[in-house]
Design a protein around this ligand. Structure first.
Ligand code: HEC
Length: 100
């Protein structure tokens, strides 16, 4: 009886570790999304404040055209979209809404 209890105690202890790791993984994933450093998240965050993002997603353009549009939009609000963020947004838009 005591052995079973001990085995159970061990099993519980072992099961707790992966559960904690899973939590840590979910939390760090959430942090990355909150920091918005991937193209799609940046696009939603930066390009949806003045107009609907549909103004962009309703069209397909070449990478050059997207770069030009994003540059124009960057100029509409000082220090809102950094050059590094603009590059990621252009990358996202030309991949998802590119013109073949
Ligand atoms: C500070 C406000 C603001 C932000 C931020 C902004 N836009 Fe705009 N956008 C505008 C305004 C105002 C217009 C209306 C047309 C114009 O003035 O050029 C516009 C027009 C557009 C158009 C249509 C332009 C055309 O010539 O047909 C597209 C596409 C567009 N925006 C995409 C974006 C994208 C992509 C981003 C993010 C990188 C973005 N916008 C961020 C204000 C903004």
């Amino acid at each position: 009886m005591r052995i079973v209890a001990r085995v159970r105690g061990k099993w519980v202890a072992v099961a707790t570790v992966p559960a904690l790791l899973l939590c840590a993984g979910v939390l760090s994933g959430a942090r990355a999304a909150g920091g918005a450093d991937d193209g799609e998240a940046l696009f939603r965050q930066k390009c949806g404040v003045c107009h609907k993002t549909r103004i962009a997603t309703s069209r397909n353009e070449t990478k050059e055209t997207w770069a030009g549009i994003v540059k124009t939009m960057q100029g509409k609000k000082d220090n809102w979209i950094s050059d590094a963020q603009a590059r990621k947004i252009v990358e996202y838009l030309s991949t998802e809404y590119g013109k073949k």
